[in-house]
Design a protein around this ligand. Structure first.
Ligand SMILES: Nc1nc2c(ncn2[C@@H]2O[C@H](COP(=O)(O)OP(=O)(O)O)[C@@H](O)[C@H]2O)c(=O)[nH]1
Ligand SMILES: [Mg+2]
Ligand SMILES: [Zn+2]
Length: 309
């Protein structure tokens, strides 16, 4: 029996790289069961598996190691069946441009909250730093400050200026990395800096054109020449949909959650409760209003959706 890492799934066949670096085409032998999760695909890119080899480069997966984390998408809205897109992600990179294309604080906050819920650390990559006019740089700096103050890791990058690329590489090295962000923010261009032979196509609308499609698209892991992998998740903008219960949402706005012990009520949701430390901190300008607005907006969404859950 060998142990390996699933690099790619096509639904029936899986590319598995063994610990000694050999590639095997594997199928699933028998029924694999993982507790708790109903999924349409039992194995995904990023899974660590045990497999038996038959012939030279063929094998049968017989066991999956427990996942540290995974990202899912629902095959159909509101359906119980989820598709595992990728598993065991070490770090997510959210590529942000505040203009051309615009990434809103609301989008960033939803992404960060989902990552917190999944337990995946995030680096925010403020990219295309060369493209901003003087006055635009002020609003980039303001956005950076909001997240830096909370304690999120961030870097500033630009390909023409060769800015921040070493810092990015340092964070990617020996890790399974996920790149996310709006279409056109420069994800493929950044990845191409590190794996040029892959020649991921840039400047395409492929992300956008796959929006809302329910067809199955599987993730693939690209090996980094300096160690580690990049997970390519076609058609997935963020992490997909996750249902975070309303009363848990504030756990994932980490700067609010830190203040909870100072709120008068230990079940404070920081909306209209008396003696709320979050609201007091907002009034003293110690927390970003944009974050609080995102929080209220996400709470509102949960309310609208609740009858269906
Ligand atoms: N000014 C500037 N443009 C960039 C930079 N990186 C990428 N781009 C351009 O941004 C556009 C979108 O890039 P792409 O990698 O396809 O974005 P993706 O949709 O996120 O994969 C392309 O025209 C790139 O040439 C950068 O650092 N500075
Ligand atoms: Mg792209
Ligand atoms: Zn409170």
């Amino acid at each position: 029996m060998k142990k390996g890492l699933v690099l790619k799934s096509t639904g029936k066949w899986y590319d598995v790289k063994s610990e000694d670096g050999q590639l095997f085409h594997c199928q699933i032998r028998g029924k694999l069961r993982l507790k708790g999760l109903q999924t349409t695909n039992p194995v995904a890119a990023g899974d660590r598996v045990f497999f038996e080899t038959e012939r030279e480069d063929k094998g049968n997966i017989v066991q999956i190691e427990e996942r540290r984390n995974y990202i899912i998408r629902r095959s159909v809205n509101l359906s119980k069946e989820a598709q595992i897109v990728a598993a065991n992600i070490d770090r997510a990179f959210l590529v942000v441009t505040t203009e051309r294309p615009q990434t809103t604080p609301g989008f960033i906050d939803r992404y960060l909250v989902t990552a917190e819920a999944y337990g995946i650390p995030v680096t925010i990559v403020f990219h295309k730093m060369d493209q901003y006019a003087e006055d635009e740089l002020d609003s980039v700096a303001e956005c950076i400050e909001t997240y830096a103050e909370i304690g999120y890791d961030y870097i500033q990058t630009s390909i023409p200026l060769l800015m921040g690329l070493d810092e990015l590489k340092e964070r990617m090295k020996d890790r399974v990395c996920l790149f996310s962000g709006h279409s056109g923010t420069g994800k493929s261009s950044l990845i191409n800096q590190f794996i040029p032979e892959k020649e991921l196509r840039t400047g395409e609308i492929s992300d956008a054109s796959q929006k809302g499609q329910h067809t199955t698209t599987f993730a693939e892991m690209h090996e980094l020449p300096f160690g580690g992998y990049v997970v390519d998740t076609p058609g997935i903008k963020g992490f997909g949909i996750v249902d975070i219960p309303k009363d848990e949402l504030h756990h994932y706005f980490i700067e609010f959650f830190r203040l909870l012990p100072e709120c008068r009520f230990n079940n404070c949701k920081h909306v209209s409760e008396p003696g709320c430390a979050v609201i007091a901190a907002l009034e003293r300008d110690e927390l970003a209003l944009s974050r609080y607005n995102s929080y209220l907006s996400m709470l509102g969404d949960q309310e609208e959706r609740s009858p269906y859950r």
